[in-house]
Every structure is written in structure tokens, then in C-alpha cells.
Design a protein around this ligand. Sequence first.
Ligand SMILES: [Fe+2]
Ligand SMILES: [Fe+2]
Length: 536
Amino acid sequence: MNHSKPRILCVDDEHLNLSLLDAMLTPRGYDVIAAVNGPQALEKIRTERIDICLLDVMMPGMDGFEVCRRIKSDELHANIPVVMITAFADTEHRIRGIEAGAEDFISKPFDAAEVLARIKMLLHVKGLNDRLNSACHDIAKLSAFGEQIIINFDPANFDFQEKIDSIVQQIIRSRFDLKDSPQIVVIGMVDQAGSSHWLRYDSSRAATEKSAISMDLDRRLAFSDNALPIVVYYNETDAELAASTLVGELKKQSIPVFNLVRYSNDSFCLIALNYGREVTPLDATVLNSVVMQSLFLKSLASQVRDTESAFEYTVFALARASEANDEETGDHILRVGTYCALLAGQLGLPEKFVQMIRIQAALHDVGKIHVSPAILKKNAKLTDDEWQEMKMHTVHGSEIIGGHHRMGMAARIALSHHERFDGSGYPYGLSGEQIPLEGRILSLADQYDALRNARCYKPAFDHETTCRIILEGDGRSMPQHFDPAVLRAFRMLERQFAEGYETLIRQKSWSRPLNVPPGQTAGLPGGNGVLRHAAN
Ligand SMILES: [Fe+2]
Ligand SMILES: [Fe+2]
């Protein structure tokens, strides 16, 4: 691999000394940069990559001590080792040099073997320091990135593949000269069926390219076979690496391997390849910290989704239980939830509201569990007492749902879905914006579905008739019963209501929550409360 040569800045006002240093260093594989005074040296340090600085003390203008002080007071370049070359071997000069921040001293006339030995040692120390700094920098950068992931963590929409893509973008080399980053990253993931899938990210060209590859690796070789993750690092000098099946398989994929760091657990494997320098356990630590964080969020997201799914299932189970004596069917609550979501979306409400009303609308009539089946199924006009009992399903509903903060919307819907915008509804005769928005939305969605379905006292209306009744009124249902904004939204969406209704009737599965198996939503036939009793 093309490791670039160490670059040595030689600063001396004597051209002869510069030539001597050049003649000594260039043949030994060093890149020599020359400067003849202090300001020129500082300019080179500011504009070029310098690995070590050999600095003459006695120079006209700015002396070596001052140049050294300026290098060391500059945070960006303070890590460049400075060797002072002095004709004065006395203690006072050495102390001044140490105070200025110099790492080492060489006396003039210098001995070539000594100069080379010191340069080698200082470059080694600098290399170790650079790696430590680089690892600290990477960890700080990735921690900040991880913090953003956690701040924006949304379990419902957490996309693990997307997170891995953005993590790879953080760690992969963005420029060829960034030696501390890998040039290629290979990711392996095991899906739920146990098959492994591999992706290769390559930054060799202008932009990072991502492509699927098929690695023929035994699972035990690619993934950890127990819960503990494996983190390994290899350099090209390792004979073990060269002979390993993993490297053989990578090479078969036309992936060159000079060094690699690999993290793997039982379902995930990340291999970072071809750093521009040798890899160390620090690189493995950096990789480990960021991958662990994403895997943790993945597991958390999956658990939260499971809980959400169970929550939705329970909401629908309760809604279905309450319909045992009602004529509404489980499909009615699914359709109403979907109409509500359509209306909420059209009204520009946040996605969270839209998703919440889609589910929680299911409980709007849960209070009917307290209403006598004789009243729910009665085909004749209700007596005053029966009508009073019927109206109480709103209050019972909100009491059954209770005060849990997750169910606040469902409770408000149950209590307010028969209120009317003009104040003619029940149970409290609220009007306008006194009625919660979710109740105003449900009122229209419920009415649409009730009109579309046949009841023992009325036929099923087609979409056009239903729209006319809602938008123009028929004496029982009047436009002023509805929030004008919700009516406007309905007017915009009415084709989607029609399509949605037809689709659901045909498929019986439209908008069904994930965990509600088909066939479990059917309720018992009975009488519709909305239209019939609204006329009472
Ligand atoms: Fe109701
Ligand atoms: Fe309903």
C-alpha cells in the first residue's frame, strides 16, 4: 500500500547545512522540505503536512527558540516534534530549548547516525500520538453523531439500514489522503430467515459506492456464534490474515486487503478495510462503540414496535368486544379509523396525530357495552328513557377508556363523537371548537360509513347520495352539524372515501392493523346509533 513518505522540515540559514541534511535524509526515504528562516518555516508548517522539524537555533531575525515557541503555541501543529540543532551544548541553551517546547537536541557538527536514530524514534512517538489523537477525534465525532441519532430516535420509523449507511459515511475515507479512515467497508447482515446479505461500500472513486455482493462464507466464519461480539484487527504483515478464509473470500470479490478491522455478532458483521496506515486495537474500539450503539437502537426499536403492535391489537380487541350487541362490524371501526386518518392528513395535522386517530377511533362506541342489547337492536323508535340510556354510551365510553395519557384521544372521541358543530348534539350540547378536533373529525367519518351501509330501517346509499346528504343535508343530517373545515377536507377527499370504501368492502383487509388476523374483525349485526337515534 502506498504509505506516503515522512516529511521533514529542515530550517537553517546556512545553505550548506540544508544540503548536508538533504543528502543524509533523502536517500533514506524521507521527503525533505527546506526553509532558510523562521517566517518561511512557519509558513511551510501552516501550508504543508510536516511530520518532524529540524530547527537551527542561531538564525538572523527570528531565532530557533522563537520559531519553536510559535509552533508549540499553535494547537493545530503543536504535535509536530521539533529537534533543535545547536552549536551550543551548554545547559542554558538546552533549558531555553526545553522551555520553548523542543522535543530533542542535536549538537553541531551533527553525527548522521545519531540524527537518523533520533528522527526514527520521534517519528515513532509521533505516529503513536497521532493514532491516539485520531481515535479520540473519531470517538468524539461518532459520539456526536450517535447523540444526534438518539435525539432523533423514532422507534416507529427507525430504519437500521439507513443508520448503517450514515455510519459508514462517517467512518469511510472521504478523501484519498485521509490515512486514518478505511477505504472500503463491507457489511453483512443475517435476516429473519437466517440468510446473510452483504454490502460493499467503496470510497476509491469520487463518491462512496454501495453495491450488493454475495460472499460465500460459512456463518460461523462471518458472524459470532454466541452473544458476545468479536472484534479483530489485522495488518497485511500478519500471515494468519493472508491465509484466512475471510480474506480469501474478500479477495474473490475483487476486494484488495491490506489491513482490516472486523466487528461481528450473531447477526451483524462490519469489516473496515484498507486504512492508509497500520490498524491498531484503537480502530477496533472506535468501530465497536458506534456499531454497538446502532445495534442497541435497532433492538430498542424492535421492542417498541412489538409493544405498539400489542397496544393496537388490544385497542381493536376491546372495540370488537363492545360490538357484540351492536350492528356495527369490525370493518366499520377499521373504515372509520381510515377515514379519520384521511381527514386528519388533509387538515394538515401532524403524522403522529394521523396515526393515533387511525387506531384510537376504533373505540368511539366502546361505551355501548353498557347499553342494553334490547335498545341497541330495537327496530322501532326509542322511548325517552331508552334514548337517554343510549346517549350515555358516550360518557360510559370515556369512563371505560379511563385517564391513561396514551388513551386521551380515544377518551375524548368517545365522549364527543355525537356532539354537533351547531350545538345540537349530545351528551353536553357542545358547539364549535368546544368539541375536541378528533371528535369533529370522527363525527363526519362515522356518518359517511353509516350512510354507505344498509340498516334495518334504511338502505345502503351509494357514494354520491351519501356525499349529497353530508354536504347538502337531508333534514336529519345537516351540513351545520359538521365542522366547516372538516367538511371542506371531506369535499377534497370524497373520491378517496369512495375508493377506500370499495377497496375495503372488496378486500376486507384494507387498513387492518398488522396484528389483527383477517376474520377476527367481524362483529354481530344490530342497529346503527348514529342515524337512527340522531333522528329521535
Ligand atoms: Fe356512537
Ligand atoms: Fe360508529
